[in-house]
Design a protein around this ligand. Sequence first.
Ligand code: CA
Length: 494
Amino acid sequence: MMKKLFVSLSVFFILVGCSKEAEYVQPEVNSVFYEIYVGSFYDSDGDGSGDLEGVRQKLDYIQYDLGATGVWLMPIHPSPTYHKYDVMDYKGIDADYGTMEDFDNLVNEMNERGMTLILDLVLNHSSTQHPWFQEAKYAMVEGSCDGVVTCEYYNFTSEYQSRYHLLSEGIYYEGGFWDQMPDLNLDSVSLRNELVEIAKFWIDKGVGGFRLDATTHFYDGEKEKNIEFLNWFNSEVKAINPDAYIVGEAWTTDAIIQDMYQSGIDSFFNFGTSQNSGAILKSMRNGDGKALSNMIANYNAILKENNENAIDAVFLSNHDNNRSAGYFITLEDQKKAASIYLLMPGNPFIYYGEEVALKGSGKDENKRLPIAWDASGEGMPNPPKDADYKAQEYTYVDEALKDKDSLLNHYKKVIYLRNQYPSISRGMVESVDLGSNALYALAHNDDIMVVHNLGKEQVSFDLDHDKVVGVNGEFSVKGNTITLEEGTSVIIER
Ligand code: CA
């Protein structure tokens, strides 16, 4: 009787309930992440700041309207700055963003939905206002660090060196990014124990992993020591939860990023393909698709050599970069760029607002502007205080959702297709020569091939296949001959 009632209720909800939810198919792997600057996302209480409850209220949008099942929150811990990359309490929630109860509601609902939440963890430095630094500073100035373990959490010297700042006469401390961000001494065993406790605190709350900030700066210029630290941290986190996912920021050369995978960390961001200097934009400009698929195949082969479970982390731009709508200018190019990176191997990371062509460049605040939900401005946070970017022409999310040709609906379509073929996210890749330099052709395992025509002309090629699925643009099939118009992307089932 209960079972029958349950079935009837399910049918009821499918017929009467939210149709988006009824249409939704949970992907086999949560590969698509959405990076959120909480302060500019959705303001649930009208105080001008985006907040965690606002993120929770937009989970339908993220999961059903867009299709992302992972969320990376930029730092949410108490901090004196708008960006919050200088943390005062690694186990707290910044009051601008809400309360621990709001956080618990968010992470619990995400887990119920089968989504993954990862937190930005800033281990390179703290805020000068962190109690660790305050205590260490007092002890250093008083000349007595006896029994004060926090004195070893930071790097103090008696003589000035570059990257160091004056604490008090004859005492300097390291702060490579800023004098308000003292570098942590990651050699300290006591500090390392604290970091494990912090990771455990959040994992116990249901967090699925971490995005590690500034990993190449842990020990500046000392790659092997960075790898050693990351190897240690990864082991500690995986001992708490073997399924925890860690993605590191190593904003450096491809060769160093590839080496960092020796640490065992799941992912590092692929800076070489991203931004206005990266290979995706370059290959679109010069029409050389083959060079891009060759590069991606070679890159991923090296990752797998260094860590057989490596997952490339691809993106167009993030909170530190000029927004991608500033260099993928036309809707056509924005769709093309999305088709390319959202069908690359590994995990794609969408920077919030990118799907509605939000713009912003120059100072960091301009890269973190609010998303516009609708013309009423309801729920739209204030921009960061020092933002001065004026060139915005907002695409309202509610209007983009209704327009079948919008960039947002293109993102949704590509992510939906990606999720149909798990080998795109986790398969072995091989670049295939289809006889034209214009063609990006990447085989994912033996079952599918992603092909983009990045040239200016129609291209035909012969390939045994079962089915051609359109992603973007026009194509035709006659027997084994597949013809792609300029700018067309397809997935070929083999
Ligand atoms: Ca708010």
